[in-house]
Design a protein. Structure first.
Length: 160
């Protein structure tokens, strides 16, 4: 069974997102062992210098790195990453499992993104869209796509 860990920076407060996340966690329990780790985001003033941005990303990056195991296959959600179709993502996850890479960690960075160190640690940089989404909403989108991938992999029906 795949072990999927989602490391996400920032706390979700919106009730509708929490309900959606709870629903997809429940659905995914049949297919994967799921762990979601919510990390504290650094305080970030609205007007911030590039040097201060790097400090924030580096501090958050240190927390992220502490949550990653050396054997984890790390997938960073990144606007500049590779795009998949839903069947393509399902196939990629299947190929990882067949190759013995059953510990998969997805990273959703904070509002400023992630540090260079996290980008370099990633085995794959994945983009869901060229559009920008709030990082809290990305948790729900990621869970839905993982659920869809599991259904596709098993040949089970899922709405298109």
């Amino acid at each position: 069974m795949l072990r999927i860990k989602i490391i996400a920076v920032g706390k979700i407060r919106e009730k509708f997102l929490l309900e959606g996340i709870r629903e997809y966690r429940k659905r995914l329990n049949t297919y994967v062992r799921l762990d979601i780790q919510e990390l504290i985001d650094e305080p970030c003033p609205e007007r911030i210098s590039l040097a201060e941005e790097e400090k924030v990303k580096n501090k958050e990056g240190e927390r992220i790195l502490k949550s990653i195991n050396s054997q984890d296959y790390v997938i960073l959600l990144d606007l500049q990453g590779k795009s998949f179709t839903s069947p393509g993502l399902a196939q990629h996850l299947d190929e990882l499992a067949l190759a013995g890479r059953s510990n998969i960690t997805f990273i959703i960075g904070g509002s400023l993104g992630v540090s260079q160190e996290i980008q370099q640690r990633a085995n794959l940089r994945l983009s869901f869209s060229k559009l920008t989404f709030p990082h809290t909403l990305m948790r729900l989108i990621l869970l839905e796509q993982l659920y869809r991938a599991m259904k596709i992999s098993r040949g089970e029906p899922y709405h298109k």
